[in-house]
Write a protein that binds this ligand. Structure first.
Ligand code: ADP
Ligand code: MG
Length: 333
């Protein structure tokens, strides 16, 4: 019990989750040898069929969280449960099986694809490892290419370097889904793409999500993108979770001052609409030496003395909406 004290897990919804992350810590060795906690005792869960969006400023630990789930990054402590099984201590052989169920899509599509192989073979790559016959692999790959709008007769033989960013990302999506995973972790999947192409890729992802009954963790710093795809949102700041809740609620009625500041710092699409309030100012503190108590307090407009002394735990501020704040914002209006 005591190991969970101070972590704040009130927002976890229990045993039906497909993915459950409890109190995980990921550390890196910084230049000079000091240790930084990129992810500092965070907890969240993802229900089957749900898309959870993870947002927060650059460096808050979003990618590290995604990588920790796939055990690309090792956790120092905590628990990760996937599909009813603890995977944080799984062996490499066990992880190979689990990873088939958990695919990742990265920001840089071209860089994540083998540049020397034909697109058809790139999509079939994961199936090679799982020992499916060559003819079947080819059929699955061609079917997947068709589904992402890149018909194999035109695109099957080209190499990833001959594709546009949007096309390459569609190949990455086809490759991930060819394995029929349950969970896809998308790490800034459209951040490197032109705005006009972003919607196209997001639509394909949404379509495939329905067709293949996928569960998605969608990481992005772009709040508009996350809002459009997510059922729930998790907001991170300096390695911690600040707020979790239904996407519409969190955007309409943010409870954590950081969420509010993040939303206020997004320029409104309507130029006549004024900014909602004070935007974020001040630099993000160094993760090597995070503020005591609440990590956001040094930039928080409502911080008081207690915020420096006691770390706020996750508490339910409205049904289904949780914030780690001593002074959560009341519903505006
Ligand atoms: P985000 O994806 O939210 O931008 P990251 O998870 O990439 O954040 O990084 C979280 C923190 O960990 C940052 O302070 C970053 O500088 C640090 N970090 C990430 N990767 C490494 C690494 N390989 N070595 C040392 N520090 C790292
Ligand atoms: Mg990142």
């Amino acid at each position: 019990m005591s190991s969970l004290a101070g972590s704040g897990t009130a927002h976890l919804r229990g045993d039906d989750a497909l993915l459950s992350v409890k109190d995980i810590v990921v550390e890196y060795r910084a230049v000079g040898g000091a240790t930084l906690q990129a992810v500092s005792r965070i907890s969240f869960d993802v229900m089957p069929g749900e898309t959870i969006g993870i947002v927060g400023e650059s460096g808050c630990g979003k990618s590290t969280t995604g990588r920790a789930v796939l055990r690309i990054e090792e956790i120092v402590s905590g628990e990760i449960t996937f599909d009813g099984r603890r995977i944080d201590k799984a062996t490499n052989a066990q992880m190979r099986t689990h990873r088939q169920q958990m695919q990742m899509i990265f920001q840089d599509p071209v860089g994540s694809l083998n540049p020397r192989r034909a697109v058809r073979d790139v999509v079939a790559e994961g199936l090679e490892i799982s020992g499916v016959s060559k003819a079947h692999r080819r059929k699955v790959a061609e079917d997947m290419l068709e589904r992402v709008g890149l018909p194999a007769d035109r695109f099957g033989s080209v190499t990833p370097t001959q594709l546009s960013g949007g096309q390459a990302q569609r190949v990455a999506i086809a490759r991930a889904i060819a394995l029929r995973p349950q969970l896809i972790i998308c790490d800034e999947p459209v951040s490197a793409l032109d705005v006009s192409v972003q919607a196209q890729v997001l639509n394909i992802l949404e379509e495939l999500k329905q067709d293949f009954e996928l569960t998605i963790v969608f990481i992005a710093h772009d709040l508009a993108v996350v809002r459009s795809v997510s059922d729930r949102i998790m907001v991170m700041y300096l390695g911690k979770v600040c707020e979790v809740g239904d996407a519409v609620e969190v955007y309409d009625k943010p409870a954590h001052p950081y969420t509010r500041a993040l939303l206020d710092s997004v320029p409104m699409p309507d130029p006549d609409e004024p900014f909602g309030g004070p935007a974020l100012h001040g630099d993000i503190p160094s993760p090597l030496n995070p503020p005591s108590g609440c990590r956001f307090r040094t930039r928080c407009p409502v911080a008081r003395d207690v915020c420096a002394e006691i770390e706020p735990l996750m508490q339910e501020v409205r049904p289904g909406q949780f914030a780690a704040c001593h002074f959560p914002l009341a519903e505006a209006g």
